[in-house]
Design a protein around this ligand. Structure first.
Ligand code: PEP
Ligand code: MN
Length: 340
């Protein structure tokens, strides 16, 4: 439920309405606006009987929200969320376009250190690399797990680079959060509600990938679990969806980027690697996401993609990443000056 207060409502009026909401066993969330204040109501499992509020003269309108998410919607939070990362970096709102790059999986110390050092050299601030890998086949490489986390933590310490890695089960959230700057929920786990609840308790930003066949509504409802748990630092990530088309690994649904920006205040990024599955398509799609309004990209790059233990065909060579990095910066500047 959303309560829109009259333009002239005083602090005392707002306090009275908040008290009534609490007496109904619900929680008020204040939504200050330039014109008037609104109060979001959370804590209800179904329809709310609003008769206790109906007669209040300071209330302009009572809107019953029927969507499965509230906290992630612009109705409840009109301004863009800007997620603060370690070292003063930010993502969301008008903060600059954020590039996250690195191998699909952590394969060893040399591979991760070479990648981290290269990223620092070309000005990519965040290293992605998986320690726990959700592989379709149990015969495929499953990741170095704890050993991988340690390698990533060492590279972070030595080079200062920010890091993001996937967490696959609720029991691992605490240990993964200790080792990296940003937690990642993979597409296959987007609807693992115990995991979402657990990262909701973590004090680290979370990249939430869209599920393979998830609707935007389901995706945002999953983000709602994390916000409801107390963690407001969620970054949505479109990574392509399952369709009838098999020419690309997934179908890049770039239209959801401006769509999600309309209906949610959360930052949204794009993963052109998993969306296409093909290295040659990655630069064009990464650039397209800037125009679509993405707040950043997360893409795969590897010192030797031909030898990669996972997702080599969609991983950029370092020289390709360096070229793309420059083009992304140029396009970002053009968009800022020319079109927005
Ligand atoms: C990944 O980023 O390495 C990954 C497994 O992606 P997704 O969950 O989108 O398939
Ligand atoms: Mn991958």
């Amino acid at each position: 439920m959303l309560i829109v207060m009259h333009h002239a409502a005083s602090d005392a009026d707002i306090a009275r309405v908040n008290k009534t909401i609490k007496s109904m066993g619900l929680n008020p969330v204040s939504i200050p606006g330039a014109e008037r204040t609104a109060i979001g109501v959370i804590g209800n499992k179904g329809w709310v009987d609003d008769s206790a509020l109906k007669g209040d003269r300071a209330i302009l309108e009572i809107i019953h929200v029927t969507k499965p998410y509230k906290l992630v919607s612009r109705d409840f939070h009109p301004s863009d969320t800007v997620v603060k990362l370690r070292g003063g970096k930010k993502i969301g709102g008008k903060a600059g376009f954020l590039v996250i790059a690195g191998p699909c999986a952590i394969e060893g110390r040399d591979q991760i250190f070479r990648t981290a050092e290269f990223l620092v050299k070309i000005g990519v601030p965040v290293l992605r690399a998986g320690a726990y890998k959700p592989r379709t086949s149990p015969h495929s490489f499953q990741g170095l797990r704890e050993e991988g986390l340690k390698i990533l933590a060492d590279a972070r310490k030595e080079t200062g680079i920010l890091t993001v890695t996937e967490v696959m089960s609720p029991e691992h959230v605490a240990v993964v959060a200790e080792h990296v700057d940003i937690l990642q929920i993979g597409a296959r786990n987007m609807q693992n509600y115990d995991l979402l609840t657990e990262v909701g308790k973590a004090r680290k930003p979370v990249v939430l990938k869209r599920g393979l066949s998830a609707t935007v509504e389901e995706w945002l409802a999953s983000a709602e679990y994390i916000l409801l748990g107390g963690n407001a630092d969620v970054i949505l990530c479109e990574r392509g969806i399952r369709t009838f088309e098999t020419a690309t690994r997934n179908t890049a649904d770039l239209a959801v980027i401006p769509l999600v920006r309309e209906i949610s205040h959360l930052p949204v990024i794009f993963d052109p690697s998993h969306a296409t599955g093909k290295r040659s398509l990655v630069p064009a799609m990464a650039l397209a996401s800037v125009v679509a309004g993405a707040h950043g990209v997360m893409l795969e790059a590897h010192p030797n993609p031909e030898q990669a233990l996972s997702d080599g065909p969609q991983s950029l060579h370092f020289v390709e990443l360096e070229k793309l990095r420059k083009k992304l910066s140029g396009l970002e500047l053009f968009m800022k000056k020319g079109l927005r």
